[in-house]
Design a protein around this ligand. Sequence first.
Ligand code: CTP
Length: 439
Amino acid sequence: MRTVLGVAGGIAAYKACHVIRRLRELGHSVKVVPTASALNFVGAATFEALSSQTVTTDVFDDVESVNHVRIGQDAELVIIAPATANVLAKLAAGIADDLLTATVLTTTAEVVVAPAMHTEMWHNPATVANIATLKQRGIHVLEPAVGRLTGPDSGPGRLPEPEAIVDFALAAAAVAGTSPTESSAGTSPTASSAGTDTAGPASNALGPLSGKHVVISAGGTREPLDPVRFLGNRSSGKQGIALARAAAAAGAHVALVAANIDSGLLSTLPDSVRITTVESTLELQTQMHAAQADSDAIIMAAAVADYRPADPTDSKMKKSGDEGMTLNLTQNPDVLVGLVEARRQAQIIIGFAAETGDSHHTALDYAKAKFRRKGVDLLVFNDVSDDRAFGHDDTAVRILSADSDEVAASAEFHGSKDDVSEKVILALAKRVECVESTP
Ligand code: CTP
């Protein structure tokens, strides 16, 4: 595939060299288009040597080849890594004052940006709005990793590792149909069948969950009625996928137990995430307990069916006359409570709760009661009174924890499922740190 790698001026520009190498190893050509300030960090000669192509930054270089439109028109995939706050702002505004921004304006290929900057810049409302605009226009945004930044500070803003950038970009191109899936074979994440694993490269070694093993359940269970019908729920799995991405970006080894999640969505995960697929609650329970022994933390984001048909049939059920039908249901085990009961020392367990309020109690009251009932370390609660959680990209949550034996809820925060996941993973990292520092 003909790729263009844009490099903006940030300390992480050196990682672009590894992105070039990785893309070329996988058989893709790479045209590097740095900004002028990127060349303060890595020289044009390095980019030229690694890509075997000339490198220009200015629209007035090599004018006879009309570079400022040709590069974008020729590209089959455009990746910008690192993408600074400045470049993101220019892209959002449609500014084209150098070769990189002109290339993005002229291309019809998939565009992937990997932002990297200080946490304050990443959280600045201007950057948040620019990212939202770019996402709306179909630009793929690889959320920054959480970890050590240029100075002594740390937080979200690190450029993810080159392998993760390449995996993400190739998966975006494959899902969009720009490249045959084979072109990313070996790097594009694929779902494995129940009970089997796919191992991938190690993730962010400097992140706050570096080296930790995190198991995440995601999606919604389906309880068979007969070979073609099931009782299910509306969970898309987006929240669990976002959590898996955030945990991997924070350096964790992530195992995802995926209940009925669309394969396109699974394919957006970094290759390092091990995926096990399940359908029913009993399968989910088996896989979660199997993964529990080796894990430092468990996040139960899956929507689990509380009941299953008592007598599923082996052949398709038939209507009988004009009668209605009564289904006998058996209660499913509470997987989360079972995991809490079987937890090993220092293992952190996080539950999720989507609640609605009623005339007696608020949704938050119900969430606090659930926190106590389940015995978890943290409960991520969202109010679904107005049906806003399922399948949508934005969500609003609070994180409940036991603070001196009182259930304390964090302030509600809103954002994309990626934003929320980042907060949950940071809360988990704090817990892990706290447990480790307790004698
Ligand atoms: N959960 C679980 N097993 C179940 C039901 C729920 O592990 N049989 C987990 C979910 O993954 C989630 C948390 O428990 O992390 C809360 O799920 P929820 O459906 O809100 O809780 P329920 O126990 O089903 O409570 P309710 O009676 O309010 O539905």
